[in-house]
Design a protein around this ligand. Sequence first.
Ligand SMILES: [Zn+2]
Length: 277
Amino acid sequence: MKHYFISRPAALPVALMVATFMIVGVLGIYMLPLVGDVTRAQAKPAGKGSFKVGASPRRSDKSIKVNMSAEDRQALQELAAEMNKVFALPQDVYLSVNNCGVANAFYDPNSREIIMCTELIEYFEKAFAKEFEDKEEAAQAVEDSTMFVFFHELGHALIDIYDLPVTGREEDAVDQLAALIVADGSEEGAASVFNGAMAFTVLDGDELHESAFWGEHSMGLQRFFNIICMLYGQDPEAHKDLVNEEVLPKARAQRCPSEYQRIEKAWGTLLSPHIKN
Ligand SMILES: [Zn+2]
């Protein structure tokens, strides 16, 4: 159980590829609002910070201990390097995998770090082993869910570090950002969003419900529908199979394309002053 970001020991290049195509998704989305926006470009912050891998030196909770395999570390370093090409950070933000004592993941604004817990990933492994007969599919679902949670936490980090104004529930806003990043228009991206959304159905109503990560959020099923709505809204023609009573009811589906466009515009507007050229 040492490979948390990579469920299959031999699959490191796959994990890196997954991380990279997600970042390409970020670039694809956020370069767009920048085109021709000279005023904003000139006002950009210098970006003295960067994403770093490891525990933050400001961490005060000593009960949370870094537990990263070499593969986890390498995958996070690759991710950090790609994100550093995209985001101008005023301060350092740390990324790590840890033993937390609880199945959780969070962004700590005091230590400015995204903390992924081994217990959450192990929980996904158990839950998806029950959902999928095929081991490869289960492993992929674990990886996709973990990455979805990571980008959700990245959303909290960006809101904090850039002091972004968010209307409505922050939890929903960062789910939406994660969906925007992962749904990069490719079939793999779409499959990853679907698996990421499924994480909320396997977690709903069980013993994790009261834990810090899940407790503050919309109910799992509601989050599932919201994320699937974005996936459909991004490309209704390509994803029309999602519209059925079990996945995305027709009445809900009708509003999804305009919802997607509104959310994409909102996040693009919020983040564009902080994106490197
Ligand atoms: Zn959250």
